[in-house]
Design a protein around this ligand. Sequence first.
Ligand SMILES: Nc1ncnc2c1ncn2[C@@H]1O[C@H](COP(=O)(O)OP(=O)(O)OP(=O)(O)O)[C@@H](O)[C@H]1O
Length: 233
Amino acid sequence: MASAVSVRGLVKEFGERRVLDRVDLDIAPGEFVALLGRSGSGKSTLLRILAGLDTDVDGAFEVPGTISVAFQQPRLLPWRRVWRNVSLGLRGVDGRAVAEKALAEVRLTDHVDAWPLTLSGGEAQRVSLARALVREPDVLLLDEPFGALDALTRLAMHHLVDQLWREHRPAVLLVTHDVDEALLLADRILVLDEGRIVAEHHVGLARPRRRASFTDLRTSVLADLGVDDVEAA
Ligand SMILES: Nc1ncnc2c1ncn2[C@@H]1O[C@H](COP(=O)(O)OP(=O)(O)OP(=O)(O)O)[C@@H](O)[C@H]1O
């Protein structure tokens, strides 16, 4: 089957600085891939390129289907009610109805008519997820979507994303710093270092996952990141 995302020899330079160095990447339809790497390794740059937000690149990439993106900040329009943020840009459908359905999926039925500024960080991020999913994308690009949330909200979001992904099955590329997040959610983990993919791990664990089931793999992924497990504990 054709890849949902296909990248060949992708190079990105900012002036003299090469930030992505001949990246090759394939994501199968419905596959969940996490991209880990130190700060500045090029993760967000790769995601922005795939999202079409940066076109000044060398090499080739192809995303044949539809794409939705969610960022660390929910980026909601404060002058539009929650449901209008979710349905914004949808054509030829009852926007209110599809927004209500998506908001029910992220358990925000009570906030359909709320203003974005009245939401908690976790609620706003769930609106952002609903907005991404309502488009039924073939590819979902997530750039540290839980990075700004507190630890407990983040755990709840992991559970929610796992459920939503299993129901909708988009191909996902999740950029994260959080090794546990990658191990909980992804089929495959890629480690990016100085613009190159330096390691790949297949996570063959049944879902839903528990942290206790991946302690060895965690140590190995942390080693790829140059982190001793003891430091990260
Ligand atoms: N618009 C830009 N102009 C110049 N340099 C840039 C620009 N955007 C990113 N960079 C540089 O490219 C490198 C990779 O940035 P990128 O944001 O992709 O890293 P990252 O792995 O996502 O980091 P983090 O985990 O901290 O978000 C960094 O050194 C950054 O300074």
